[in-house]
Design a protein around this ligand. Structure first.
Ligand code: PLP
Length: 395
């Protein structure tokens, strides 16, 4: 009657969802101020005012058919041209409009890309800690996800392990920097080392492994941290981009795939992307929001609020005695659990109203993730609970 694999996926509640439900229950019983919800990566910084203005202008300027009608399957040519120019202006990288496919956010960009590349028995590799949906997305593309461990002090990938994990079936390497859940940005030196390893593997296995750069947090960086643009370092690169976080538009589902024209068999892969989009039903992403992006291509969300949050939560927790790395980007803090079992630690935190996500599903047992895209006020009020939690482990 139904697909057992899909049933399992649909019926397994995520840990984040569990925490969210618990938070709602606790708020109803004990009041909203008793919940410090660090579970969800939902931006709390509002979308820039230019977004709303653009929506209103578009509704006034264009007739209904134009705003709400189907666009061409990969998106409006005018939108793709503007994205292509934006990439050229910012990164001095030529990705023609024809190589851009507009999607419903990074999730769709990733699923399309994985399906476009995956053949029988394909492996994709990613670096822990990683976005848990990669497992679901690779599974849906009939591929396997292999995970490379990380250095617990730097959160950088263990490159010796990476070299060993790459094999003849490796189709692609998913890189997510700034990283969810660690907030780490892979520096240029690390990127160059990753690229060298992939190039050596290409020679060894006579293959052309792709880098899939998943970058919904590209613009969310602090202290002038440099985020290398991967097509400038490796020809076989496909960028999966999203406006969910950079413009605080997660519910509007808008992003894109950019296929480097230098990619091995780029023209065929552009067509495979179109085919995968078609077969998955991901054609003509939101018409209204394609046009909003056209108008707001240079607009950015105010990241100072996230930086203020980062400084408050990082400084407060490290002062108490928690171990964590100072995030350079995104809006997550990855903290060492005070006991080996991060789920037990998260459960204990829950009793104090602190909703923090165990790192197991991110490929990092023994850590918890805090999404600090919350109000500054809530962070301030939560510190006492973090102090109490710490003291519970000192007895
Ligand atoms: N990739 C990473 C690393 C993410 O953290 C997220 C969302 O949180 C996504 C992809 C999916 O983003 P989107 O909302 O654009 O589908």
């Amino acid at each position: 009657m139904y697909n057992e694999k899909m049933y399992k996926l649909g019926s397994k509640r995520s840990v984040i969802r569990e925490l969210f439900e618990y938070g709602k229950k606790r708020a109803a019983e004990m009041g909203k101020d008793s919940v410090f919800d660090y579970s969800l990566g939902n931006p709390n910084v509002p979308a820039p005012k230019e977004i709303n203005e653009a929506i209103i202008e578009l509704l006034n300027e264009l007739d209904s058919i134009e705003v709400h009608g189907y666009t061409s399957a990969p998106g409006n040519l005018s939108t793709r041209q503007i994205i292509s120019k934006n990439i050229k202006d910012r990164f001095n990288c030529d990705i023609p409009a024809n190589n851009i496919y507009i999607t419903s956010g990074a999730a769709a960009a990733l699923t399309i890309t994985l399906n476009a590349l995956s053949t029988n028995e394909s492996d994709f590799i990613t670096f822990a800690p990683f976005f848990p949906e990669y497992k679901v997305f690779t599974g849906a593309a009939r591929a396997r996800l292999k995970v490379v461990p990380f250095n617990e002090n730097t959160f950088m990938p263990d490159l010796d392990a990476f070299e060993k994990v790459i094999g003849p079936k490796t189709k692609g390497v998913i890189i997510n920097s700034p990283n969810n859940p660690s907030g780490v940005v892979y520096d240029e030196e690390t990127i160059k080392k990753i690229v060298d390893i992939i190039k050596r593997a290409n020679e060894r296995f006579e293959t052309n492994i792709a880098i899939i750069s998943d970058e919904p947090y590209r613009e969310l960086v602090y202290d002038n941290t440099f985020v290398p643009y991967l097509p400038n370092y490796y020809d076989n690169t496909i960028v999966c981009y999203s406006y969910s976080k950079s413009l605080s538009l997660p519910g509007e589902r808008i992003g894109y795939i950019a296929v480097s024209p230098k990619l091995h068999m780029a023209d065929a892969i552009v067509l495979a992307v179109a085919g995968a989009g078609r077969s998955l039903g991901y054609v003509c992403a939101s018409s209204l929001f394609q046009r909003v992006i056209e108008k707001c291509i240079d607009v950015q969300v105010d990241i100072n609020a996230y930086k203020k949050n980062r400084d408050l939560i990082y400084n407060s927790l490290t002062k108490i005695g928690y171990h964590c790395i100072k995030p350079q980007g995104a809006f997550y803090l990855f903290v060492k659990s005070l006991e080996e079992d991060a789920t037990a630690f998260s459960d204990k935190a829950k009793t104090l109203g602190l909703l923090i996500v165990p790192g197991d599903d991110f490929g990092a047992p023994g850590f918890v993730r805090l999404a600090y895209c919350v109000s500054y006020d809530m962070i301030g009020r939560s510190i006492e609970a973090f102090q109490k939690l710490y003291e519970m482990y000192q007895q």
